[in-house]
Each structure stands twice: as structure tokens, then as C-alpha cells.
Design a protein around this ligand. Structure first.
Ligand code: G3P
Length: 223
């Protein structure tokens, strides 16, 4: 499965609204908005929820985490082959809440590629995005950590980070850049796209909203 651009990736994190049965409810809402608008929406769920959600909805399901281990003597690892077998089309890597050592990250990106899993690699800033780009992941998502979960979006507080990341990454390769942190409105989405982002990685603006469906419809209307 390919991720169409522009894309909105909703990271369910481990908010209580985004796990288990609630993840099913939220995933169905995301699917409904996709089916009614034909706009590209993907979701990122906990590894524990990948199977139930991938069996439930037709939109792309990513895991929030993957380890670089190969099949073998590893206890508790989330490995690429298992994610594929359970219906994931891709994985987030190196989220600021789940950072990887650089060599581990490189191996995880390679393992995802070898297993045909789409890698969406997060970076806290332009420099990290540039370094990550040399590993040629499928997507890079830049998110200033201090803005995550807040009400001021990266496109308002740090537009230069979006533009700078797009410029730096595109010097290295044709890797789509997403952005996120504090994205709450369709204006935030629009501004991000104007700055060169090809999609949004967001969480609380949808997951914690009292009306996720309405927010999603509004946000994807600018795609
Ligand atoms: O993975 C997306 C996330 O870190 C951004 O979170 O709540 O600021 O949209 P939020």
C-alpha cells in the first residue's frame, strides 16, 4: 500500500482515547472521513493494537514503534516481519517520545525497507532531519518537541523549521517532509503545506478533540 500525498497521519499515541476499544472507534472515524472525502488519512497505533485495527479499517495502519531486530532470540521486540503479518503498512520511527540511537535508527530503516514497511522517521529539528535523510527513509516528519501537545502549531511558532527541513532534506533526496506539533486547525495545515510540507503528523488535535470527525473533515478540506 502506498501513502498518497498530501497526507494526514493521526498518531493515536497511548492516549486513553487512542487505545484498545477506543482505538477502534477513532479508527472508524478516520476511515469514514477518508471514504467521504477521498483525502489521504493514515493512522498510527500502538504495536499491541495493530492487528485489531488493521483488520477493522481500510485506511493505512502504521505501528508507533518497531525494533531493528531480526527474527530470533529477542524477547519483547516488535519486529518488521510481525508487523507486516499483522497488517501494518508502515511504522513510525524515532518519535521524540521514542528516540533511537542513530545506528539503531539506521538499522530499523533498513529493516523496514527490506520488509516493505513504509518508514516515517521523526526528527526534532533541521539538523536531525538532514542526518536522517542520508538513511533514505520513505518520509521524514519534523516536530519541535517543545510544541508537541500544545496549542501553538509548528507552522505558527517555527515556520522556519518546516521550510528549513524541506530545503535540507530535498538537497539529499526526494523524501516527502511532514510536520507536526501543536497542529489544531485547518489554517495550521494550510500554512504547513504552503511552507513545503507534504503532510501532517498530528495527535492531540484529533485524538483529544471532543469532535474528532469534525476536526478531521476541516483539516483535510485544505488538501
Ligand atoms: O506524533 C505527532 C505528535 O507528536 C504531535 O502531537 O499532539 O502536538 O499533535 P500533537
Amino acid at each position: 500500500m502506498k501513502l498518497e500525498l498530501p497526507i494526514l497521519i493521526v498518531n493515536f499515541k497511548t492516549y486513553k482515547e487512542g487505545i484498545g476499544l477506543n482505538a477502534e472507534k477513532l479508527a472508524r472515524i478516520c476511515e469514514k472521513v477518508h471514504l467521504q472525502t477521498q483525502k489521504s488519512i493514515a493512522i498510527s497505533v500502538t504495536p499491541a493494537d495493530v492487528n485489531r485495527i488493521a483488520n477493522l479499517v481500510s485506511i493505512p495502519v502504521l505501528s508507533q514503534h518497531m525494533d531493528p531486530d531480526e527474527p530470533g532470540s529477542h524477547t519483547g521486540s516488535v519486529i518488521a516481519e510481525d508487523l507486516v503479518d499483522n497488517g501494518a503498512v508502515g511504522t513510525l520511527l524515532n518519535h521524540s517520545e521514542d528516540q533511537y540511537r542513530i545506528d539503531v535508527l539506521e538499522k530499523a530503516i533498513d529493516r523496514a525497507r527490506d520488509c516493505k514497511l513504509i518508514s516515517v522517521v521523526c526528527a526534532n529539528n533541521i539538523e536531525i532531519a538532514e542526518a536522517v535523510a542520508t538513511f533514505h527513509p520513505d518520509f521524514i516528519a519534523v516536530e519541535p518537541p517543545e510544541l508537541i501537545g500544545g496549542d501553538i502549531s509548528v507552522s505558527t511558532a517555527k515556520p522556519e523549521v518546516i521550510k528549513g527541513t524541506v530545503d535540507a532534506v530535498h538537497k539529499i533526496g526526494d523524501i516527502p517532509v511532514l510536520c507536526g506539533a501543536g497542529v489544531k486547525t485547518k489554517e495550521d495545515v494550510k500554512k504547513s503545506l504552503e511552507l513545503g510540507a507534504q503532510g501532517i503528523l498530528l495527535s492531540s488535535g484529533v485524538v483529544k478533540s471532543s469532535n474528532p470527525e469534525k476536526v478531521l473533515f476541516e483539516m483535510v478540506s485544505v488538501f
